[in-house]
Ligand binder design. Structure first.
Ligand code: NAD
Length: 257
């Protein structure tokens, strides 16, 4: 198999880390990214376990120059990047009336605008090699709303719109772009929401999971991060060459209702 390289933002925690492990198992070179203080060690451990080449870059999604530099360094190291997975994301839950303005800006910046900067920076090389796979980790909240998540819902809807546009522009150049729309996955991002809701509603965390978090999913289980990783591997494969511009739910039947 020819050597391939994947860059995954926010890959030192949660879903991104599980995706990174899945690509490492397939022998991809990896560019890890994330703000975890022990990110460098997390990345090195995955690379060691699977005998792959890797770099870790702590580029902040809110700093466009950091993002351009991360792409340039990765291209210098590996030649080209075949797969870009825009996964880094944050959440904040609050009514619109009191939604902190700095949280709005950060959510739009990290969950949406960073994907634009990275796609723009990677585009010339993908176009040059007439191959590229761009996978954006959106959310069921990219297709439907829930109250108190205005910035997140706006960012994820925007990310799906961006994905569709990039799919159209990439089509003549062998570049596909798709969005994955997960339901709830048990990661630090969701564990924080569970704890916050338990405090707000003064109910045990298990009750929050059953009555608040998973109410909209027909299947009352968290989505395994491994399922999202498997879908990413498929989207990166030759079998998915004509699958582009899609927003793919993996949501326990949330959007079927
Ligand atoms: P997580 O908190 O476990 O991981 C988020 C990652 O993003 C971390 O590595 C973090 O360091 C990184 N990150 C955050 N801000 C950053 C910044 N400014 N610069 C660089 N990196 C930054 O969360 P997760 O649940 O694994 O979420 C991953 C993605 O999946 C997000 O886009 C999230 O919106 C999406 N998602 C999650 C769920 C869920 O239920 N957990 C559901 C649907 C979609």
């Amino acid at each position: 198999m020819p050597e391939k390289t994947v860059l995954i933002t926010g890959s030192t925690s949660g879903i991104g880390l599980t995706i990174a492990r899945a690509f490492a198992r397939e022998g991809y070179n990896l560019i890890f990214n994330g703000l975890e203080p022990d990110g460098e060690q997390i990345a090195a451990a995955v690379a060691r376990d699977h005998g792959i080449d890797h770099v870790f870059d702590a580029a902040n999604m809110l700093n466009p120059q950091d993002l351009r530099t991360m792409i340039r360094r990765a291209e210098e190291r590996f030649g080209t990047i075949d797969v870009l997975i825009n996964n880094a994301g944050i959440q904040h839950v609050s009514p619109v009336e009191t939604f902190p303005e700095e949280k709005w800006d950060a959510i739009i910046g990290i969950n949406l605008t960073a994907a634009f900067h990275l796609t723009k920076a990677i585009w010339p090389a993908m176009k040059q090699q007439q191959f590229g796979r761009i996978i954006n980790i959106a959310s069921a909240h990219g297709l439907v709303a829930s109250e108190y998540k205005s910035a997140y819902v706006a960012a994820k809807h925007g990310l799906i719109g961006f994905t569709k546009t990039v799919a159209l522009e990439g089509a003549p150049h062998g570049i596909t772009a798709n969005a994955i729309c997960p339901g709830y996955v048990k990661t630090p991002l969701v564990e924080k929401q569970i704890a916050d809701q338990a405090r707000t509603h003064q109910i045990p965390e298990q009750e929050v999971v059953e009555k608040v978090i998973l109410t909209k999913q027909a299947i009352k289980d968290f989505i395994p991060a491994e399922s999202i990783a498997a879908l990413c591997l498929f989207l990166a494969s030759d079998g998915a060459a004509t699958l582009t511009g899609a927003a793919l739910p993996i949501d326990g039947g949330w959007l079927a209702q």
